[in-house]
Write a protein that binds this ligand. Structure first.
Ligand SMILES: [Zn+2]
Length: 379
């Protein structure tokens, strides 16, 4: 039997004992009405132990209607169903509890929050948001409800709403989340850029960089905007800042440079070469070779390799180089190319999850800016 179930049975027994003892203090003669209170609880426990959750639920509803202490049992039961992934049952329990006219105010907040969590975990995000709002109507500085709503807005890519929630959370907790906010503004900027709203993109990127100059996606929007409007000096300055402040993500900008041929020929190529010669950064060399092979030709990548004289220092680097420059009919290169498509290139510093493509927000722990390029392949 799992510990949660044990806890529920124990809590139910406490209520049961309280029910049995209480009439004795006031009246020596137990009334028939008291038996009505006890028997559904006993039946509920019996059903729980014999793994008949729906019947247990039915009995527990009866108990909760009769006595408010049983609400604790009810809450624990809801937690158990949610933990088992049975969201429908958890929702039924919490809705039943909220429908009780005699539910104390403190319990009301707790049950509302639990119901919102049921909806969220069951994937009903709109209903979860409405329910979290009800919690916030009761207690406007409820950090848990604010944080959960923020997560949902981020998940649905509603960045403006997310930013408002983050501001409220900052006030409630009296601390600054400037780097997190910078990423939210960078997402707004990226969204605006996609829909060709360049003015908004520029304003949001600037706001993000004001909050956190090392916010790589915002810097890349800034560079993109400069390249689009032919401001070569601004683009070059943006590249220098990206290198200085967010070096590990610098290689991501190389395909963008190749997309603007004039800039690449006149400034970009020389700038990359200068960085390579000064720092010998292998990630830079590999990303450059990969981007060139993908956008231009393998022949151009081979020519660049000859100029860079890059030699791989690890298995991972060797595989990546092989995937770009290896002969088409060579089985090793075929393997390297296959590996490259599915290789996990980024790992989260907080939760350790590994992903193929870069993400600014971790898909597992939802932290921002915690995914870093992996340096070596585990064997
Ligand atoms: Zn993570």
């Amino acid at each position: 039997m799992n510990t949660l179930l044990l806890a529920i049975v124990a809590a139910a027994l406490v209520v049961l004992v309280a029910l049995l003892l209480r009439p004795m203090q006031h009246d020596e003669q137990p009334q028939p009405e008291e038996d009505e209170r006890v028997s559904p609880l006993l039946r509920g426990i019996n059903y729980l132990l014999s793994d008949k959750p729906d019947l247990a639920l039915q009995e527990m509803v009866q108990v909760a209607r009769l006595r408010s202490e049983a609400a604790d049992v009810y809450m624990a039961l809801g937690e158990m169903f949610r933990a088992k992934g049975e969201f429908g049952r958890a929702v039924r329990i919490h809705q039943n509890l909220l429908a009780r006219p005699d539910l104390p105010k403190s319990m009301h907040l707790q049950a509302s929050l639990a119901l919102a969590t049921d909806f969220q975990m069951g994937g009903l995000l709109d209903r979860a948001l409405v329910q979290y709002q009800k919690v916030l109507d009761m207690q406007s500085d409820h950090a848990g409800a604010l944080e959960a709503s923020l997560r949902i807005r981020e998940q649905s890519r509603e960045w403006q709403a997310a930013e408002e929630l983050l501001s409220r959370l900052e006030r409630v907790r009296n601390c600054s989340y400037s780097s997190h906010r910078a990423y939210l503004f960078s997402e707004m900027a990226r969204q605006a850029l996609k829909s060709d709203d360049l003015e908004t993109a520029a304003a949001d990127a600037a706001r993000a960089l004001e909050l956190d100059p090392a916010c790589a996606p915002a810097r890349m929007v800034e560079i993109d905007l400069a390249l689009r409007s032919g401001r070569a000096d601004d683009a070059a300055q943006g590249l220098t800042l990206l290198w200085e402040q967010a070096r590990e993500h610098f290689p991501l900008v190389i395909p963008l440079l190749l997309a603007h041929e004039d800039f690449y020929r006149e400034r970009g190529e020389a700038l990359l070469m200068q960085l390579w010669q000064a720092h010998g950064d292998s990630e830079l060399a590999l990303a450059w070779l990969e981007a060139l092979a993908a956008r231009r030709s393998v022949a151009e990548a081979e020519a660049l390799q000859a100029r860079l004289q890059f030699s791989p220092a690890s298995l991972r680097e060797s595989l990546r180089l092989h995937a770009v420059l290896g002969e088409a009919d060579d089985p090793h290169s075929r393997f390297a190319r296959q590996w490259r498509k599915t290789a996990k290139n980024y790992a989260c510093e907080s939760c350790g999850v590994e992903v193929v493509e870069v993400r600014w927000q971790c898909p597992q722990c939802h932290a921002w800016g915690t995914l870093h390029p992996k340096s070596e392949e585990k064997i």
